[in-house]
Design a protein around this ligand. Structure first.
Ligand code: HEM
Ligand code: FPP
Length: 314
């Protein structure tokens, strides 16, 4: 199929669709454009790194409710902008995948221009909030993350299966926003171990999805590991390697300042072993049920890991 074929609803049909939407529903569609579930989970991670970096409760702590609010709204707006621009770029390919064809742009519930203006204003407002209330470093990390996701990862999706590693950088960098806003040094070993944990986690997380959505990605012309190796063994191997590296990297905070290192090690170590076992099962047998189990395990891992950071490290 011609990858540039315009699979969007005709302009007249889109106008008709847009006419039916009231202001509140329109707001909901803009929220949908931001991929809110991904952004919310990312924000929880960002606020926990902020909490740890401020030395909450310690004398001279930088923690304050206004800083928490600025980092939440600022980072949320920049992340939402990144997802809006990603969908603006991918709107015609999204229209060809069952998983994404119901999104605001392919379905015609938003016009491309609306998404573009929303993305521009969200980026400007979010970066400004971070600049004025969380500091220049936090704002610069947020904008750099936006650039990696929108200008590097998104175009690479149709070029090389290595796009996933670039996407994982954009998925991990936001934790530096919280750390910088909390007054931490980006190269602090504790910060590096937290960011690295989020980076490696994304490989088992996405390799399961790359298998589950392999037909979608082929139809849309994306280059994923399951396109490179349709048997799924390469995706399975990346999931196992990612989970194997995740174990030691995620346990590093034990030596970099965890207040309760043993409790942290038990919780995060067990969660990491579940990820490794589920990834190994996926490598051994690439089936949809096993891949779904790995995706669910990956989505359970993050809240468990973040809770351990909050209670045992922060
Ligand atoms: C290389 C990096 C990543 C890739 C390629 C990726 C890809 C995806 C895809 C394609 C889905 C399915 C979405 C759908 O069903 O339409 C998904 C689900 C999800 N991802 Fe990721 N993801 C990545 C990183 C992350 C990160 C960093 C987070 C948050 C910390 C995250 C959180 C989620 C959540 C919460 C879901 C389930 C909710 C939903 O379906 O929207 N992902 N991911
Ligand atoms: C502050 C800031 C800019 C934060 C950005 C955080 C963020 C949006 C991370 C996304 C990670 C990622 C690669 C998701 C997959 O996108 P995809 O396009 O592969 O997903 P899709 O196929 O469902 O569209």
């Amino acid at each position: 199929m011609n990858p540039t074929a315009n699979a969007l609803p005709a302009a007249a049909e889109r106008t008709n669709l847009l006419a039916k939407v009231g202001p509140m529903s329109k707001l909901k569609i803009f929220v949908e454009l931001t991929k809110p579930r991904i952004v919310m989970l990312e924000l929880v991670a960002v606020l926990i790194t902020l909490h740890i970096a401020t030395g909450y409760g310690a004398p001279g702590s930088r923690w304050s409710a206004s800083l928490l609010l600025a980092v939440s709204v600022g980072t949320g707006l920049v992340a939402g902008s990144a997802n809006a621009l990603n969908q603006w770029i991918e709107r015609e390919r999204d229209a060809r995948m069952p998983r994404t064809k119901g999104r605001p742009l392919p379905s015609g519930r938003l016009s491309p221009d609306e998404a573009l203006w929303f993305g521009a204003f969200s980026l400007a407002f979010g970066a400004s909030l971070l600049m004025f209330f969380a500091g220049t470093t936090a704002a610069m990390v947020a904008v750099a993350t936006w650039v990696v996701y929108v200008a590097l990862y998104t175009p690479l999706k149709t070029k090389t299966w290595l796009n996933t590693a670039v996407g994982a950088v954009s998925g991990a960098m936001p934790l530096w926003i919280g750390w910088a806003a909390g007054g931490g040094d980006l190269l602090d070993p504790l910060a590096l171990s937290i960011v690295a944990t989020m980076f490696v986690w994304q490989f088992p997380h996405f390799m399961a999805i790359a298998w589950l959505c392999r037909d979608d990605y082929t139809i849309a012309g994306y280059q994923m590991s399951t396109k490179l190796d349709p048997s799924g063994r390469w995706a399975g191997l990346q999931a196992v390697i990612g989970s194997a590296v995740l174990l030691p990297v995620s346990l590093a905070p034990m030596v970099f300042g965890a207040a309760s290192p043993v409790a942290y090690a038990v919780v995060v170590g067990l969660a990491g072993l579940v990820m490794l076992a589920t990834s190994a099962a996926f490598l051994a047998e690439r089936t949809n049920p096993i891949a779904r189990r790995l995706m669910r395990a990956s989505l359970l891992y993050v809240p468990v890991w973040l809770a351990a950071l909050w209670f045992c490290v922060g």
